[in-house]
Structure formats: structure tokens, C-alpha cells
Design a binder for this molecule. Structure first.
Ligand code: BDR
Ligand code: CA
Length: 309
């Protein structure tokens, strides 16, 4: 399986990359980076270091957008630490980012292997929207696209209605969700049910090896932020769940085919993801996406631990 990842590492992004890199059946054809959890300079540096840490030093890393299409960026140091990785120092990589932008790299790779490359997008969707502007046929040129973003029937995590990746660039998210990709949306509806809890974290701490040790250290910071929010020692596994759904679609136990739009103008609701859940939604002119509504949480957590072993 050939995968392009667009990300803003980011602690849970780092775990998603670990999940993909651990799988021998995954060829990582490129990593695009974007502002989000930190500046694009920081997320690019982190992606380069993580690829080396995870034994994939040759994967091209392309720096993407430094800001959303319309509004200023809002970074998330409080959740992911000053360096985006919970303040954990990952050794420097000898590799440098390629000269192309993330959008240019994705378009070139997709054109070179039509239908063969799947996309995992776990940051703000700015790079994908820019790639669509460069190549409007992108939905036909890539395979499956799995996006972590949005909150359909649950509260947001930045505002009462908006999830971080969509909140960071609502215009880009709306373009991508309506573009006609074979797209699966892994929203807070399922990621907030996919918690790494105390016993799983203890099991991870007992796993030998560098990969698990780093994951544990990254999660230490993340769990520190999540604990008062969740009322227990735990954290939500947003981006790794999206990676797992891309690689192992059977982990998605329930889904709905629905058109999804992003509210762009609401006074209090900008960034809200609206899925048309009515039974006659098929009449909607917007192409449907697959909204994940149920996942095998234990199956995922087991595979995540295996990936870090
Ligand atoms: C998403 O926002 C980011 O902070 C995380 O990395 C994840 O992609 C969750 O809302
Ligand atoms: Ca992310």
C-alpha cells in the first residue's frame, strides 16, 4: 500500500506516523507538513526527525502551508508542547525537506501513479485544498483519502462546535469535503471514544525499545493536558485511529454515506461540520463521504501497541 501523509506533528500525528512506519506493507511515498499543532517550520523539522527515528529516513518530506487560506493560524502549544512533541527532544535528522511544497509533491506523485496512492490527512486541510487548486482532477488521481477532522454529533474541541483541524482552516476543509474524493472522515465522534487509558499507557511503558520509549514520553505531555478534560489519566488517539482506519478499514465497524459541509459564516458556529443525516440526503448535490460512526476501539489499541513494539 502506497501512502502520502499530510500532517502537523504533533504528538498524535507522531503516533500515526509510527503506526504507518511500523507496517512492512506500507510504502510511505511522501510526507507533507502544515502549520497546526505548531508552526510549519516546527512540524517539518519534527516530521524529518520522526522519519529517521522510525527507520524511514529516505521518505521525502515537503513543507506545506504556513497559514490557512483565509484566517490567521492558531497553534496548539498547550496541547502538544513548545516543540510540538511534548518538549521531547528527538535526535536531529541528516535529511532536509525537499524543494517542492507539500501540495506540489502530492500532485506530482498522484499524476505519476494514478489511483495507486492513498492519502492520510491529519492536520488542517490547507495543503489538500492547495493541491486541488493545482490539479482539479486530484480526486480521480488518488485512491482512498482518510481525514481526521470534524465533529458531527459531538462537541468540538476548540469551540463548542468546531474540531481543531477544521477550525484551523474551515474554507479548505469545506473544499476538500466537497471535492468528490473517495473520502472517509474520522471525526471526534469516534476519536473521542478511542482513548488510551491508564492500563494501556502502563502496558506501553513496559514495552522495550526506542519507538515505544519515545511514544511514552510524547504521551506523557499529551495525557497531562487531557487528564483534567477527560477526568481520568487518558488521551484521545485522533490521528493514529485515522491511520489505522486507512490501513485496516475493518476497524471501522459502522459508517454512513453522507454529504458533509463546513459552516463558514456562523457567528458562533464557524468550523462546524454539518453532515446531512436525513434519509433523503441522496438528493443533495454534494458528493457523499464515508463518515465513521463506529470503530473497534480494543482492536485498534492492540494494533497500536503492536506497532510500537
Ligand atoms: C486534531 O487536532 C490536532 O491537534 C491533532 O493532532 C489532531 O489531528 C484533533 O482535533
Ligand atoms: Ca494532527
Amino acid at each position: 500500500m502506497r501512502v502520502f501523509v499530510d500532517c502537523d506533528p504533533g504528538i498524535d500525528d507522531a503516533l500515526a506516523l509510527a503506526y504507518l512506519a511500523a507496517r512492512a506493507d506500507v510504502e510511505l511515498v511522501g510526507v507533507g507538513t502544515v502549520y497546526g499543532n505548531n508552526s510549519v517550520d516546527a512540524t517539518t523539522e519534527n516530521a524529518l526527525r520522526l522519519m529517521e527515528l522510525y527507520g524511514r529516513p529516505g521518505v521525502p518530506v515537503a513543507a506545506g502551508a504556513a497559514r490557512p487560506l483565509v484566517q490567521p493560524p492558531q497553534l496548539a502549544e498547550s496541547v502538544h508542547g513548545d516543540n510540538g512533541l511534548g518538549g521531547v527532544d528527538v535526535p536531529e535528522s541528516k535529511a532536509r525537506a525537499v524543494a517542492e511544497s507539500a501540495a506540489e509533491l502530492l500532485v506530482r506523485l498522484a499524476r505519476s501513479a494514478p489511483g495507486e496512492i492513498d492519502v492520510l490527512a491529519v492536520g488542517p486541510l490547507t495543503n489538500l485544498a492547495l493541491a486541488l487548486a493545482l490539479e482539479p482532477r486530484l480526486p480521480e488521481l488518488v485512491g482512498r483519502v482518510v481525514v481526521m477532522g470534524g465533529a458531527v454529533r459531538v462537541p468540538g474541541n476548540v469551540t463548542p462546535w468546531a474540531e481543531a483541524n477544521v477550525h484551523n482552516d474551515p474554507e479548505a476543509a469545506d473544499v476538500v469535503l466537497g471535492a468528490g474524493f473517495d473520502l472517509t472522515l474520522v471525526a471526534l465522534d469516534v476519536t473521542m471514544r478511542t482513548l488510551a487509558r491508564g492500563p494501556w499507557l502502563d502496558e506501553l511503558a513496559a514495552v522495550a525499545g526506542e519507538r515505544a520509549a519515545y511514544a511514552h514520553r510524547f504521551l506523557d505531555f499529551y495525557v497531562g493536558w487531557y487528564t483534567p478534560v477527560l477526568g481520568e489519566r487518558a488521551c484521545a488517539m485522533h490521528d493514529p485511529l485515522a491511520a489505522a482506519v486507512l490501513l485496516d478499514p475493518a476497524l471501522m465497524t459502522e459508517s454512513a454515506r453522507v454529504p458533509v459541509r463546513v459552516e463558514l459564516r456562523g457567528e458562533h458556529t464557524r468550523g462546524l461540520t454539518i453532515a446531512d443525516l436525513r434519509s433523503n440526503a441522496a438528493e443533495d448535490e454534494r458528493p457523499p463521504v464515508t463518515l465513521a460512526t463506529g470503530v473497534d476501539v480494543d482492536g485498534f489499541l492492540g494494533r497500536m501497541l503492536d506497532a510500537l513494539r
